[in-house]
Each structure stands twice: as C-alpha cells, then as structure tokens.
Design a protein around this ligand. Structure first.
Ligand SMILES: [Ca+2]
Ligand SMILES: [Ca+2]
Length: 224
C-alpha cells in the first residue's frame, strides 16, 4: 500500500470504529402548567432517580456562594424533589445578584458515564439551565480540582463536555426543566469528577440563578 493512502485508511477506520469523535450533546424537555408536578415526568427525558451513580457523590463548592435560602449542595443528589414550583429549600441556587459559580461532584471512583441529567423548577427566570460541564478521570497531569472562575478548567486537566442552555429564544422562561447530556456513542467517558460551571439565566434583575433540584449520573451498563 502506498503511504499516501494511509490517512484515508485511518479516517475510514475511525468512521467504522465510531466513536472516534467526542461530541456530546444535550437534550432537554420542559413542563409547563399542570404538566409540571413533583414527579418531574417528562415526555423525552427520564425522571430523576434516587439510586443513580451520583446518589453517594460528594459535592464541593469551588467558586461563588450559595444563596442563604438555598439547600446544601447535597440536595442535588438526595433523590428528593421539590413539591411545587417555588420551593427554595428543596433546590440549590447561587446567591441573588451573583453571576453563578462552580461546584465539583466526586463519584469516589471513575465510572463509565452514559448520561448526566440535571433538573430544575421555577415559575420564571430561575427555571432554565445554563452551565458548562467538565469532567476528569482523576489521574490527569496537573489536574486542578478547584479552578476558580476566570480559569478555564480545560487548561487545568479537565475535559470540556458540553455547554447546556435551555434558555427559550422568546417568551416566558419559567417551568420545569429536564436536561440530559449524552454522546451518540453511548458513553461520555470514564470519570470520577464532574465540574459544573453555572451561569445566571438573565441579567435584568437579581433573580437569574437557577433552582437546581437534582443531578443524576447514569452509569453505562456493560453486558457481562
Ligand atoms: Ca439522584
Ligand atoms: Ca434533590
């Protein structure tokens, strides 16, 4: 075989042995009115779970401050859900007037992650979700487990996974949101740590930090 064919062959093998390209996407669904209940049932996104791979995860604030009315970070993985659309104590949200912040999820050991699913609920601007998701296996050289805002985690050992935005293009932004970050290959990769870099959904007033109700990590199941 002539050497000039090798790049073509390599790309063919790459396509045939998909996935070679890491290209996670996110799906989301939104419940309005009576469709939004404490059961968080969506048409296209699975409901939050109590027994997912994040159930015993340890959460650590990296940057920013939680609002005085927010629940502790552990509420993100406790399997409990708010019973109505404006229940601060059952949600995690950053300080009013702030631009959000960062927290880390530690799964204790690297697991093959199929989906990262996040859920929120609020009658207006604290409903939609806007965050960047990063992941790390734990053994990356020079991994900084707590990069502050202003530092791109991708320069500190983290892998950028996706930017999640459920902001409506127009109209009301309230409601109950379910997000699922996933990759066409079925796996986002094998990671111990996840970093959530959360942003306000609007800057018109002080009330743009999302009410996050739960974050599930779904492990990819391997057939024996
Ligand atoms: Ca859960
Ligand atoms: Ca919860």
């Amino acid at each position: 075989m002539r050497l000039t064919c090798l790049p073509l062959l390599a790309s063919f093998i790459c396509l045939a042995a998909s996935p070679c390209v890491f290209n996670p996407t996110f799906l989301f669904d939104r419940n309005l009115g009576a469709a939004a209940s404490s059961e968080f049932k969506f048409k296209t996104i699975s409901s939050p779970r109590k027994d997912d791979a994040a159930a015993n995860a340890k959460l650590t604030l990296i940057d920013g401050e939680l609002d005085g009315g927010s629940a502790d970070l552990s509420a993100l993985v406790d399997g409990r859900l708010p019973s109505d659309e404006d229940e601060p104590g059952a949600n995690v949200f950053f300080n009013a007037g702030s631009s959000g912040g960062r927290f880390r999820m530690d799964l204790d050991k690297p697991i093959d992650i199929a989906q990262v699913n996040s859920y929120s609920w609020h009658p207006n601007s604290r409903g939609p979700q806007l965050y960047k998701l990063y992941a790390a296996e734990g053994s990356e050289p020079q991994l900084d487990l707590a990069p502050k805002r202003g530092i791109d985690p991708a320069t500190r050992g983290w892998k950028f996974v996706a930017t999640v935005s459920t902001l409506p293009q127009s109209g009301e932004d309230g409601g109950q949101y379910g997000v699922s970050v996933r990759d066409a290959s079925g796996s986002l990769g094998k990671y111990r740590y996840l970093l959530f870099d959360c942003y306000v959904t609007e800057l018109y007033d002080n009330w743009g930090n999302t009410f996050y109700s739960e974050i599930d990590v779904i492990e990819r199941l391997h057939k024996p």
